[in-house]
Design a protein around this ligand. Sequence first.
Ligand code: HEC
Ligand code: HEC
Length: 224
Amino acid sequence: MNIRFINFSLCVLSLLLLTPFSATATAETLAVKDPEHTTELLQRFDNIVADPEARQKANAEGQERAQFCFRCHGKNGNSVRDYVPNLASQNPAYLFTQFEKFASGTRKNYVMSKLAEILSADERVAVAVYFSDKPVIPRDNRPEPDMKGQQVYQSLCFACHGDKGHGSHTYPRIAGQPYEFLEKTLLKFKQGDESRKNSPMTAVVGNLSDEDLRAVARWVANMP
Ligand code: HEC
Ligand code: HEC
């Protein structure tokens, strides 16, 4: 553990202390323009999953709406291309905030930005119900993980993404994402890239070397 990691841990700790854990805080933590909208979608999601009949209906609707997504994100939410993230088991708050970010231009991707403008609130909720139920399947092209990656994960990432990388109501799941997506995304955060601006991740990875960043990406890609 070197001085850089200690500095980081302090920075992470202060971010955590500033983060209250409630539904509204979720939307605020994820820094979207309209936290109330996200909170409202999340409330709808929670009501639906608590009611078996509504859940089944939303699942069927979600599957119907998600047909178009399968081409890239896979039928069961395990993506078919390594630069595309899995949606399987992703937490719904994260899906909602990302749609909003794509729609507002804080996050940019040609297809997703267009899509985010046309999905209705009902469709967002149904698609989230559908994908959140699906398990993440380990990919067979994972790069070899090493202790370096584990060390970075355990000193920096676990605090928000959890010991297992499964995230929470507040933070995204990252475990088992394809290596290429992880590497590209972390580099974008580090470089303050336009396509993922205003993210708390920029401060988190700002001082990581590219080598450490790739090591932690290999580690996360192998997390079940
Ligand atoms: C042509 C391919 C393509 C299609 C079709 C597509 N996506 Fe995406 N999606 C992507 C890519 C690529 C990204 C990652 C963009 C980036 O790197 O920031 C993404 C990112 C996302 C994210 C953010 C996830 C994360 O972990 O950051 C969500 C949520 C999402 N897509 C939902 C959907 C839904 C729902 C549909 C169908 C209605 C859909 N996408 C259709 C390619 C696609
Ligand atoms: C202070 C809390 C915090 C810490 C510590 C943290 N993250 Fe994050 N992370 C977030 C938040 C919040 C997001 C959502 C970012 C956004 O919406 O722009 C995120 C997003 C991500 C994403 C994009 C996920 C996706 O599917 O789009 C990756 C990858 C990621 N983090 C990896 C890491 C790694 C690796 C570490 C350790 C080096 C780490 N994070 C440490 C809060 C944190």
